[in-house]
Design a protein around this ligand. Structure first.
Ligand code: 4G3
Length: 247
């Protein structure tokens, strides 16, 4: 996959894109990320990319010409259409299913907005979708673009060593993860649940599944409601319910 990023702060991406899974994905050539300085497409000698809002008001607005020219250039180099995504608080909420959908694409163009917003004609003419990473405001779309790149990169074929871990993780199953433990079995009076030391794989699996259901019900009842529960899940939830009432 190829991801083109358009930003006024290319340096912001240097270390995050060189590190960890994303860095390895880029070295393995499963992923190519090109970061482009928006000012390369500014049309005046001072390379200005923002201006005052028509109608007045506080703050600046990103000018339409540099952004539209940048996207047109990158699309013509690609030789075909691809999603052109503006990271903005007004966008559709980015989630795991969106990451899975984007991971199927051959190329993405990510636009990082700044100031008070982006001239509406950028949306009208080149943006195909707007995404938000959550209900909060950032000074720029750069951290949001990094979140999208990270979430998508780890889904690309060959990027994670052990693809089985993708299915069991949170949101793959629609549930939050069960509690994890490693050695030592005892520390400062805190012990690892007995069942995990038992070697009884069926019991372990059922214990983990119950814990995942318990956590999800307690912390994210909205996620539990979206699931089609099996007979087994219903049974475990009933057990959890009685345990709660018993205290
Ligand atoms: C465009 C994304 C960009 C318009 C960007 C502000 C939060 C998110 C910006 C705009 C952003 C997010 C830059 N803040 N929640 N700020 O994904 O009004």
């Amino acid at each position: 996959m190829r991801i083109e990023v358009i930003t006024i702060f290319p340096d912001f991406f240097t270390s995050p894109l060189d590190c960890s899974i994303v860095g390895r994905a880029r070295q393995s050539e499963a992923l190519a990320v090109e970061v482009h300085d928006l000012r390369n497409w500014a049309t005046d000698k001072h390379r200005v990319v923002d201006d005052y809002p028509y109608g007045g008001g506080a703050g600046m607005v990103m000018k339409p010409e540099p952004l539209i020219l940048a996207v047109e250039d990158l699309l013509s180099k690609a030789g075909r259409d691809c999603p052109v995504i503006l990271l903005t608080p007004q966008g559709q909420q980015f989630d795991q299913s969106k990451a899975e959908q984007l991971a199927k694409q051959e190329q993405l163009i990510l636009i990082c907005g700044h100031y008070e917003g982006v001239d509406e004609r950028v949306r009208q003419s080149v943006v195909t979708e707007e995404l938000s990473i959550g209900d909060y405001i950032l000074t720029g779309g750069e951290p949001a673009a990094l979140v999208v790149i990270e979430a998508v990169a780890r889904l690309l074929p060959g990027v994670l060593g052990n693809p089985a871990s993708l299915d069991s993780e949170s949101f793959g199953s629609g549930l939050l993860e069960y509690p994890h433990y490693t050695r030592p079995a005892q520390w400062r009076g805190m012990s690892v649940p007995e069942v995990l030391l038992s070697g009884h794989h069926q019991k372990i699996h059922r214990w983990r599944y119950k814990q995942a259901l318990r956590r999800t019900g307690k912390r994210r009842p909205d996620l539990l409601e979206q699931l089609e529960l099996t007979e087994d899940a219903r049974e475990l939830l009933a057990e959890i319910d009685t345990e709660c009432k018993q205290g």
